[in-house]
Design a protein around this ligand. Structure first.
Ligand code: FO1
Length: 318
């Protein structure tokens, strides 16, 4: 079975671990969000690609869901000693090696997709990890501080500001001129199932869909498209989805996110059992809906979610 997953960072990566356990023989292609990418210290950092690679490759810092386990921060401390910032982004010594290799390969002319394939050759994540695009796309967030509007990089909004101020707008800078990375459209067209994991619907899945051609390809794909709500009980399970959903005028409910994706994209939607009351409303929007436990408390629980999504995909397969 060929499965394509449009994944962001922590939620997407954890879901993929359960999906792999649920269908170990499936051929999984991950289209990874690169809107979170940030250039620091002359290096290109790809948080969502790295979180998928480290999580599935066994190198992730489990509690954080990002960065490497057993990290040290000697380089970060030395940079700070030189007064070279930013200090708010925690890059560890092991993680630096990934960004050095990536930046070196990009500098030698390799596209991000080739670089990602090379990095994954070491980590063996057990999925094909494709960046959504080889072109630079970076999500910025418009905020208002002391009455004046300004745009900050998504990482500054999330890591430095902890999403403590309202997001007035979210812009995937460069998306409009970006092209899908090699293999992305082909994988979507050839998929037996397409899944939207419980990633951020705006800055993760939304950014991937903002790359011209990808939304259209998903909508036109013969495969059923099934999503899992990142919102449980009117709040994001993790992260700042409520803040960026508000920026695009979407309320933080499982049903609202389904409608936000729309029946043109989604054939099925899983909500958590606490949101079972919203099933009828989602179905009324033309999207098949089931209520199942959606807390990824461990890999077995996540595998059960993945199986539920695949079962719903078979039910809605036209
Ligand atoms: N998230 C934090 O909350 N604090 C950090 O210092 C931080 C550093 C960091 C370094 C590398 C990396 O790949 C991810 C990092 N993240 C950090 C997580 C990152 O902001 C998120 O993984 C995504 O961008 C959102 O999904």
């Amino acid at each position: 079975m060929r499965i394509v997953v449009l994944a962001g960072g922590i939620g997407g990566a954890r879901f993929l671990r359960g999906l792999k356990q649920a269908v170990p023989d499936a051929e999984i292609t991950v289209v990874g969000n690169t809107g979170d990418d940030i250039h620091l210290f002359g290096l290109k950092v790809c948080p969502d690609l790295d979180t998928v690679m480290y999580t599935l490759g066994g190198g992730i810092h489990e509690e954080q869901g990002w960065g490497r386990e057993g990290e040290t921060f000697a380089v970060k401390d030395e940079l700070a000693a030189y007064g070279v910032g930013p200090e708010w982004f925690g890059l560890g010594d092991k993680d630096f090696a990934t960004h050095i290799v990536r930046t070196q390969m990009l500098g030698a002319g390799y596209p991000l997709s080739a670089v990602t394939e090379a990095l994954c050759a070491r980590w063996q994540p057990g999925v094909r990890l494709l960046p959504m695009s080889d072109d630079r796309v970076e999500t910025h967030v418009a905020i208002e501080v002391d009455g004046e509007q300004r745009a900050v990089h998504f990482q500054e909004y999330w890591v430095k500001l902890r999403a403590s101020v309202d997001a007035k707008a979210v812009v995937a800078v460069g998306a409009e001129t970006a092209a899908p990375a090699p293999g992305v459209l082909e994988a979507i067209a050839a998929a037996d199932v397409i899944l939207f994991p419980p990633s951020n619907p705006v800055v993760s899945v939304g950014t991937i869909l903002a790359v011209p051609g990808i939304r259209e390809a998903v909508a036109a794909a013969p495969a059923p498209v099934v999503g899992l709500s990142p919102i449980v009980g009117d709040a994001p399970v993790r992260g700042m989805a409520d803040k960026v959903l508000a920026a695009v005028g979407v309320e933080s409910t499982a049903a609202a996110v389904a409608r936000h994706y729309g029946s043109g994209l989604l054939d099925g939607w899983l909500v958590d059992t606490v949101d079972a009351g919203s099933v009828a409303g989602v179905e009324a929007a033309g999207i098949a809906c089931r209520a199942v436990p959606l807390m990824m408390t461990d890999v077995d629980a996540t595998a059960a979610m993945a199986r539920a999504a695949l079962e719903l995909a078979e039910e809605v397969r036209g």
